[in-house]
Design a protein around this ligand. Sequence first.
Ligand code: PAN
Ligand code: ZN
Length: 192
Amino acid sequence: MKYMDPFNSKFNAADLRLKPEGDLITRHLSDMDDMYHDREAADELLEENPLIYRYYNVEVPEERGHLAHCVSMVFPGDVGGEYFMTKGHFHEIEDTAEIYYTIQGRGKMLMQTPAPESRVETVDMLPGNISYVPPLWAHRTINTGVQPLVFLAVYPGEAGHEYGIIEEKGFKKILVEEDGEPVLKDNPEYPD
Ligand code: PAN
Ligand code: ZN
């Protein structure tokens, strides 16, 4: 392994930007509209095509020994009652874990084990919470609040991201707002 020089990144809470910016990824509704279960509501909101989330990947080599890290922010909003959320993924190298540290906002992380068990758990994401994603669990971040949900994530450099399974099947549960509260419900489209 080669030496790499130590460095800082700085997150500015006032403008929600990271410096140096690294690799900035933005996800608008059009990047994930078929992940929401209310097709009509998604189509209506597509005219506006809101920014759902963005994340800054600090540039470190994607290899074993390094710790990839990134600051993400999921904006507040919903599609037919289903909160704005990340796409969600498994790690390509399945036995790699991850730590999320919530900086600001309010939300939940939805996690699920691989089929056929497909066991679902959620943990609260509140400022100061350190959330552990154990190896094997798919994870999606959901903003249930009115401010951007901002968090730092740290994971092994070699982990990689597998989006296909979630794109195809979704999660077994969805998080929707009912009477102003988040309620976890069965995903009606989840295959048996
Ligand atoms: C996070 C996520 C980030 C964006 O850094 O990659 O929040 O979510 P999606 O990758 O699901 O679009 C992470 O879990 N990295 O492994
Ligand atoms: Zn991850």
